[in-house]
Design a protein around this ligand. Structure first.
Ligand SMILES: Cc1cc2nc3c(=O)[nH]c(=O)nc-3n(C[C@H](O)[C@H](O)[C@H](O)COP(=O)(O)O)c2cc1C
Length: 184
């Protein structure tokens, strides 16, 4: 069981960390790729040890410029990919099939191989370009799952909100028993 985890430079780096923890709980191998902006938001929002904490959970870490990495090919046996968080830049690149770095290339590979691609796309408010790109990737088979709190579960703190968003993303991969809290 092998999953690609992409971390782009949108706010919500903690969600990427929580997704990695959730995948590790399932026993999944994690192929990690972090964009340059993602490295920055990990530091800004988690701290100087953010990138290292994330890498510690990964089975393999690939450089963003390494377009020759195994996960750049459809022949690499992965179940799918989660981009958490996903910036509007990476969303746009995925929507037009730009494949301009290893994160967007690996995302395109999931689409061409008809595998799961879950995008925790984060921006607010949204422009028409953002909305159109979300429509486009959805038409191609991706799942856009914006990081919105499950208010109905009365989360006690931000960690609970982050944990629920990450657990729902992991559950969407359908690799094991659900981790997210369910209503009722
Ligand atoms: C602290 C911080 C927060 C950001 N938050 C967002 C965001 O929520 N959504 C977004 O689309 N871009 C956000 N950006 C801007 C992206 O990082 C920028 O567009 C970058 O080019 C994205 O590159 P990437 O897609 O390769 O990660 C943020 C940047 C910083 C430094």
């Amino acid at each position: 069981m092998r999953v690609v985890l992409g971390v782009a430079g949108a706010s919500g780096a903690a969600i990427g960390l929580a997704v990695a923890e959730g995948l590790a709980r399932l026993g999944a191998e994690i192929d990690l790729v972090v964009s340059k902006a993602g490295e920055r938001t990990l530091v800004e929002e988690i701290g100087p040890d953010g990138p290292a904490r994330l890498r510690a959970l990964a089975t393999r870490t690939h450089a963003i410029g390494n377009i020759g990495a195994a996960i750049a090919s459809g022949s690499c046996p992965v179940a799918g990919m989660i981009v958490a968080p996903c910036s509007m830049r990476s969303l746009a690149a995925i929507a037009i099939g730009l494949d301009d770095n290893l994160l967007t290339r690996a995302a395109s590979v999931q689409l061409k191989e008809r595998r799961r691609l879950v995008l925790i796309a984060r921006e607010s408010p949204l422009t028409l370009a953002h909305l159109r790109n979300m429509t486009t990737v959805t038409e191609m088979g991706a799942i856009v799952a914006p990081p919105v709190p499950a208010f109905y579960l009365n989360p006690v703190d931000l960690q609970a909100v982050v944990g629920q968003i990450a657990a729902r993303a992991v559950d969407l991969m359908q690799l094991g028993p659900p981790q997210a809290r369910a209503w009722g």
